[in-house]
Ligand binder design. Sequence first.
Ligand SMILES: NC(=O)c1ccc[n+]([C@@H]2O[C@H](COP(=O)([O-])OP(=O)(O)OC[C@H]3O[C@@H](n4cnc5c(N)ncnc54)[C@H](OP(=O)(O)O)[C@@H]3O)[C@@H](O)[C@H]2O)c1
Length: 275
Amino acid sequence: MGRQNRSFERRQRRLQEIAEARAVPYSGPNRWWSTDTLAVVTGSSKGIGLEIVQQLAKQGLTIVLTSRDQARGQEVVASLQTEGLNVVFHQLDIVDPKSVALFSKWIGEQYGGIDILVNNAGVNFNTGSSNSVEYAETVIQTNYYGTKRMTEYMLPLMKPSSASARVLNVSSRLGRLNGRHNKIGDELLRNQLEDDEHLTEELIDTTVQSFMEQIREGTWVSGGWPQIFTDYSVSKLAVNAYTRFLARRLSDRPEGHKIYVNCYCPGWVKTDMTG
Ligand SMILES: NC(=O)c1ccc[n+]([C@@H]2O[C@H](COP(=O)([O-])OP(=O)(O)OC[C@H]3O[C@@H](n4cnc5c(N)ncnc54)[C@H](OP(=O)(O)O)[C@@H]3O)[C@@H](O)[C@H]2O)c1
């Protein structure tokens, strides 16, 4: 079977999976949420984030749509509200500690807490086959440290519930630790990052810091980092590892206070990020 046929089949399978997921009967015992269920989606005035907001709102949840750009965020929210969706706006820049602190204060005062956090905000400056690391600082600060900052601020605000609270990190398969073509060359480090039992936040941070040091020194090319979209891949690799670390850190919480932590890769989607 040719490459084109295989990719056509993959696409058909994916469309079928999406259709099946959309057909899940979200009623009766499957429906654990209500209009009081509050979800926060970062970077959600466009692209995948906006789609997540719409899908969740259509299921009847209340959503906080966030954007760095106040005017655009408000405009998008106004249009969703005219469709009858329960969506409100708040400005949020996940790289700016002040913005995140203000946001979490507002959530606490306005709603008392949240049920779902979708860490969707992200940046990537590589296009096509380019592998520029010119913007590595921004990519790492946004995709990894921004996601972590948001999560750590929101965790104390996660509402106790029999259905459990959830953190969902939007990641990428480029950040797979064991990807066939795109992985960390240092086998020892790779094994350490894959070792869920002993994985620590320090190890993830040190890995990212060591990448950034090599970027600043101009020595990253021989550093054994992923070959494709290097800075983006390192950032998502860190998000994946942090997700697994956090899931284990929170795994002992008692019934009624549980927080599920997952990440997922949406697959390739045509957005401003991908052009
Ligand atoms: N598209 C794909 O094929 C693909 C594949 C795998 C994973 N992903 C992931 O999916 C997520 C969404 O990407 P997308 O494709 O929808 O891209 P997008 O349309 O460019 O959306 C990215 C969003 O992130 C926001 N953002 C960037 N920096 C931010 C910051 N410092 N604080 C708050 N928000 C910030 C942007 O807000 P502004 O409007 O303020 O810039 C924008 O709303 C990303 O995490 C991306 O890595 C995408």
